[in-house]
Design a protein around this ligand. Structure first.
Ligand code: FE2
Length: 377
């Protein structure tokens, strides 16, 4: 049953109180940032960019910044047990702490969102060094996750004040064709989706552009509901999932149990050549969910003609879905830490603006096979 609804009302840029230029960076709190940075470089094709730690005046933590095209990841770890980062990792395991958004005016972003009910994480803060100025501010979102607003138009340094350039001339893995953040998905508690939809509408001026109910997203065993929130220009999209009643435990419930609360479920990374990217990532050891080969038997009847040869898609397990505007190719990694929490999606859009609804069932059945192996279904 097709109950997904689409709403396409553009937000007038002149009245958008929170104009966003896209994702500035994603920061992860991790148990071992040195090794995590190496993983994203060697397995996902990121390049070393910047470093902060005791050597740059940061006494309690270390951060490595890695970049691939417009994607910037920051891996941060605490140096001592008695601080907020260590507490975050103890509770959640490795995970996303900051979804940082690029703005022209971080002061206005903070004022506009906090006056609409956003809970302040950080008042506008000016950071200066010889390369210029960065202004940061931030508000809390679901769980312990934070949206930072980053104003960096007057900054020419490698990342931001407090960081120094970092590279290793002996280790420069080639990039994997990952270009930018397509969307970031949050898992929230039972009955949490609509309140968070309202938060993104009221506090950040986002619109609900797509909705999926448990009829769209269910297998024999479990279900979830999802609403996709988008900012005015569509550069920033945040789908919000909540669990729905099923015969067994859903993947969202498993996430909530192991993350100990709400948080980022997956970050979707865009590529222009998913076959090349996935072949490359697999050869570097990234593990992906596998759908049964029967998925491909009637694929072309379901999605219509596609430019790609079917055989490599089948071999790599790449999924395809179409909507009225085109099609998309996508694939989901296994969790990238031992807790069954955060994973990545690799996505190539060929016109389609949707999220792969036609793949939900096959995909969630693949997740459930893994959940069952973990004893969590
Ligand atoms: Fe996604």
């Amino acid at each position: 049953m097709n109950t997904a609804t689409t709403e396409k009302i553009a937000i007038n840029p002149a009245t958008d109180f929170l104009p966003l230029q896209g994702t500035d960076y994603v920061e992860f709190y991790v148990g071992n940032a040195k090794q995590a940075a190496h993983y994203y470089m060697s397995a996902f094709g990121f390049q070393a960019l910047a470093y902060a730690g005791p050597e740059t005046g940061m006494k309690d933590k270390v951060s490595y910044v890695v970049r691939q095209h417009k994607l910037t990841f920051v891996l941060t770890t605490p140096l001592r047990p008695d601080n907020e980062i260590a507490a975050h990792i103890y509770k959640h395991g490795d995970g996303v702490k900051f979804l940082a958004l690029k703005v022209d005016d971080a002061t206005s972003a903070w004022e506009e969102t906090t006056k609409r009910g956003g809970k302040s994480y950080m008042e506008p803060k000016h950071l200066d060094d010889a390369d210029g100025e960065v202004v940061l501010s931030g508000i809390h979102t679901y769980g312990d996750t934070v949206h930072l607003f980053v104003e960096r138009n007057n900054y020419t340094g490698p990342f931001m004040p407090g960081f120094r350039a970092w590279s290793n001339p002996h280790f420069a893995p080639k990039d994997a064709g990952l270009l930018y953040v397509d969307h970031c998905v949050g898992n929230v508690d039972w009955n949490g989706m609509n309140p968070w939809v309202k938060f993104y509408e009221d506090v950040m001026g986002f619109r609900n552009i797509l909705s999926f109910d448990d009829n769209d997203i269910s297998t024999e065993y479990s279900a979830l509901m999802s609403k996709v929130m988008s900012n005015g220009n569509g550069y920033v999209k945040f789908p919000i999932n909540e669990p729905a009643e099923g015969k067994k435990k859903s993947q969202v419930e498993e996430y909530l149990e192991f993350y100990k609360g709400e948080g980022v479920q997956h970050v979707a990374l865009a590529t222009k050549d998913i076959v090349g990217t996935v072949k490359d990532l697999k050869s570097r050891g990234v593990e992906f969910l596998q759908v049964p080969t029967s998925y491909y038997d009637d694929l072309l009847e379901r999605v219509g003609a596609i430019d790609e040869d079917l055989e490599p898609l089948k071999e790599l397990g790449i999924l395809v879905d179409s909507d009225e505007e085109g099609y998309l190719l996508q694939l989901f990694s296994k969790p990238v830490q031992d807790r069954p929490t955060l994973f990545f999606e690799i996505i190539q859009r060929k016109g389609a603006k949707s999220f792969g609804k036609g793949n939900f069932k096959a995909l969630f059945e693949a997740i459930e096979r893994e959940q069952a192996e973990r004893g969590n279904l």
